[in-house]
Design a protein around this ligand. Structure first.
Ligand code: ADP
Length: 258
């Protein structure tokens, strides 16, 4: 079975400081269908937003954010568990930092844990461990974490679900005439150096971190599909029927030998 990493951002998972339960359920339903075809790993944001409903302290300060994330992680996982239980899917929680990909030894241990879960039909749910780690140990966003996860688990494809249909020639939130790119084979230094433009107060990424992940995937001869997490129809058609309706596919031009 091919492996697939799905990353869902806070824009999709949260709504006004709460978990967007209906959208989460739609995602869980899609993952349940995908598991007939793929071995799936989920990378999820949303702990800070989930925690803020319980702990209303200043989330712009480093310690405040960590304290909220620590309170939010079990809330987020409980919410997932309730939904995955509907489909009888067992899950595992994995919290990682950039350090976990620093050495071969640590990456190998991560790969072995993933293999153990996937071969026993467990769905790993990964998030960044920003609770005890220093800023230097963090990716700072789950986009780049998910690309590293995809590479480490040898996934062909990383799917990033966000609040937009894909990658546009300019920010679609400010430009009505923005044009969606369907396929991208290469990213320029200019695109990768743009300042980040996250919308949601809980989001840390913006489009640039997604492009950096796409660049990482292309350079490692893998693919990334950026699509809408509010309306999952494009993700579903692409992943289950092989139809590319909308969404941006980032892929290397010529498949290189791995
Ligand atoms: P998430 O929480 O899903 O990671 P972010 O809010 O961090 O999402 O990033 C997605 C946002 O990036 C979009 O909503 C969009 O406003 C913004 N953005 C800026 N430039 C572009 C672009 N060229 N194409 C697509 N989105 C863009």
């Amino acid at each position: 079975m091919d492996r697939l990493v799905i990353k869902v951002g806070s824009a999709v998972l949260t709504d006004e400081n709460e978990i967007a339960k209906e959208r989460m359920l739609n995602l869980v339903t899609l993952i349940a269908k995908l598991r007939f075809k793929y071995e799936v790993v989920l990378v999820t944001s949303g702990a800070v937003a989930a925690g803020y409903s319980a702990l209303k302290i200043d989330k712009t300060k480093r310690i405040g954010r960590k304290a909220i994330a620590a309170a939010g992680q079990p809330i987020l996982m409980t919410s997932y568990k309730k939904k995955f239980d509907i489909y009888d899917i067992d899950t595992a929680q994995i919290l990682l930092t950039e350090d976990d990909f620093d050495s071969r030894k640590r990456t190998k241990s991560f790969q072995e844990i993933m293999d153990a879960h996937l071969s026993h039909d467990i769905l790993p749910i990964i998030n960044e461990n920003d609770i005890t780690s220093t800023p230097e140990q963090l990716f700072g966003d789950n986009d780049q974490l998910s690309a590293n996860v995809a590479h480490a688990v040898n996934a062909e494809l990383l799917v990033i679900l966000s609040d937009i249909d894909g990658y546009y020639d300019k920010n679609p939130k400010d430009n009505k005439d923005a044009k969606l790119y369907k396929v991208i084979n290469e990213l320029t230094q200019e695109e990768l150096n743009e300042t980040s433009t996250a919308n949601n107060p809980f989001a840390t990424g913006g489009i640039v971190t997604k492009l950096k992940s796409a660049d990482f995937m292309i350079k490692h001869n893998r693919k990334m599909f950026l699509t809408n997490g509010f309306d999952l129809s494009a993700a579903e058609s692409f992943l289950l029927d092989g139809k590319h309706v909308f969404g941006t596919l980032f892929e290397p031009k010529i498949a290189k030998e791995k």
